[in-house]
Every structure is written in structure tokens, then in C-alpha cells.
Design a protein around this ligand. Sequence first.
Ligand SMILES: [Zn+2]
Length: 353
Amino acid sequence: MSSEKTAEALPEHGVTAWSQLIGHDRLQSWLAAAIGSHRFSGSFLLVGTPGVGKRTVAKLIAKTLLCEKSPPETMEPCGKCEGCIQVEAGTHPDVVTVAKPKDKSSIPIKLLIGEEDARMQSGFCRDVRIKPLRGQRKVAILQDADFLQKEAANSLLKTLEEPPPGTVVLVIGTNEQKQLPTIRSRCRILRLGPLSVDDTVRLIRTAHQIEAGEDAIRGAVEMAGGDVHAAVRLLTSQSDHLRQSLTKQFESPHPDPMLINRIISSHVGQAGKEARLRREAMRDAFSIAMQFYRQRLRQQAFASLFDQATLARLDRSVRALQEVDRNANQATLIECYATDIAAATTGDPGGSE
Ligand SMILES: [Zn+2]
């Protein structure tokens, strides 16, 4: 059994059958063919933008393979047997999962191969090796693979290269480039392509139960660049408040740098201490800014106006968004941003990128 159940429960969005999965038709057909021909085993890397449905697909695969009533090739797990119920509840003994703990910046090696003085006595790789308890095979799911460091990745190599017969290992990450070559080369890559805007809106409505209007959802999806989780965050009330207070500043003929700084900093502060959450909060703020200035530029173009200041502010917001990912000092980044927005400068230090 998994020694530390730190993984977020796999079930999400209430999708319990392949027919309810939004998008990914091609992947679904491929899986049906592979599972149908009994050749579906080994290690796979499941990649796609956040919120696109990777964990849902992993859960559906587990259910399909471990259902005790319907044979896998039907691709119709019954949903009622003990196997299905346990996969759904995240308690199936033959589903091994590991994920980055919320308070860590990477996946600790001990979650993979056990404590330093007792290697392979616990952890993901050990659990994969143990014989299935309920059925014939095991499904191992490693989430948050973007956060694997080299040593941890190396500890996985044997497991990925030679999983026990019939075992399926699903490694989940946002894109291939973020995975170490050692991992990439040992997995077959399964891509979850981006969802259409319509599908994304449907997903946000049904799975995330957000009751915002169609336009608001479309706006958020556009703002978030297709990242469903970010769009959902933008649609929640906390972000509404952020958007309102920021928009008020952006609309003013003389935005107040101190206020902009305070609004963004307090939004980031509310996100908590974890770096990833704080970065997400910053991204939300800069996305709202980008959307605002992009829209304003469009309106101006429509009225045959051209305002250098709007362009500079849009440019500055795009740059800020990029800086978030480069791990720039957060307080400094927000402060410089607020100052540049107020002064309508791009903040480009001579174009030396
Ligand atoms: Zn079943």
C-alpha cells in the first residue's frame, strides 16, 4: 500500500465514464484500440495543459483495466463493482499513486523509493512491484512529473523501463519539454491536445460547476490562454474582486502605483505561502491587466485612435507575466510593474532579453 497518501484523490470533475469525457476523441480511440488488442502495458507519459483532463483520463484508464464486471476491451467500466468504486474513491489497492505534496516544491525521493536508510521498503517504486491484491494488474499514476528533480527521476528509471508484466505506469505532466530526457525516453507519449473554446466552456460549466455567464467564461478562458485551472481561478469571487479593483486603477487617467502594488500584493498574500500558489496569483493579476489593455487597444483601433501608453502598458503586462515564470523576486516584480504601469513605460531595460 502507498505509504503516504499525499496524492490528491484522483477522481475529479465527476466524470465516471469515457462517454462523459470532454474532448480527446483521438486519444480515446487510440486507447480503445490499444486496450482492445491487449497490448496496453508499460510506461506512458500523459501530457497536456493544466485542467485539460489528464487525471480524469488516468482515472478512466484505471477503472477500465480494473473493473471486475466489464472486460477492458469494452471501454465501459461498470461503475458499480468493488473495483470501480475503489478506483473512483481513490482507495483501490492496485492503483498506486504519488504526487507532489502541496507544501513541497518537488516530489521528495522518499515518496518514490522510501526513506534513505530503508530504500525500497516503501514508496511508489516498491508499491508498483508488489503483486496485485484484487485483480490481475496494477495501475501506477505519478502526478506532477514537472516537479521531478534529477535524483528523484533517476530513482524511477528501472520502474519505468521494466514495470512488472501487465502493469501500466502513467506519468502525468504539462508538457514533454518539462520532463527530463531520461523519463521521456522511457515512456510512450500520450498527448491530450488543447480543448476547443466551446469544450472548455462546457468543462468549466459542468465539471467545475461555475455558473458565470458564457461571455465571462469565454473571457476567462482567453485570458488564461487555455489553462482551465487558471480560468476557473479567474472566475471565482476572489478574482472578481481583484479584477474590479485593478480595472478601476487601469481606467483612471492617472493610475496610482502604490495602489496597484497594494492590490496585487494583497492578492498574492492571500494565496498563502507556497511559491507555486503565489506565482499563480501573480499570473492572475497580470493576465487581468493584459486582457484589459488588449481590449482597450482594440477599442482604440476601432475608433482609429492610437495610444502609445496603452501599447506600452500591454507590453509591460506581457513582460510581467513572463517574469513570473523566471522566478523573479516577487515583491520587486510587483513594485516595478506598478511603477511602470503608472508611468506607461514598457520597463524594457534596453531590449536586452
Ligand atoms: Zn466495474
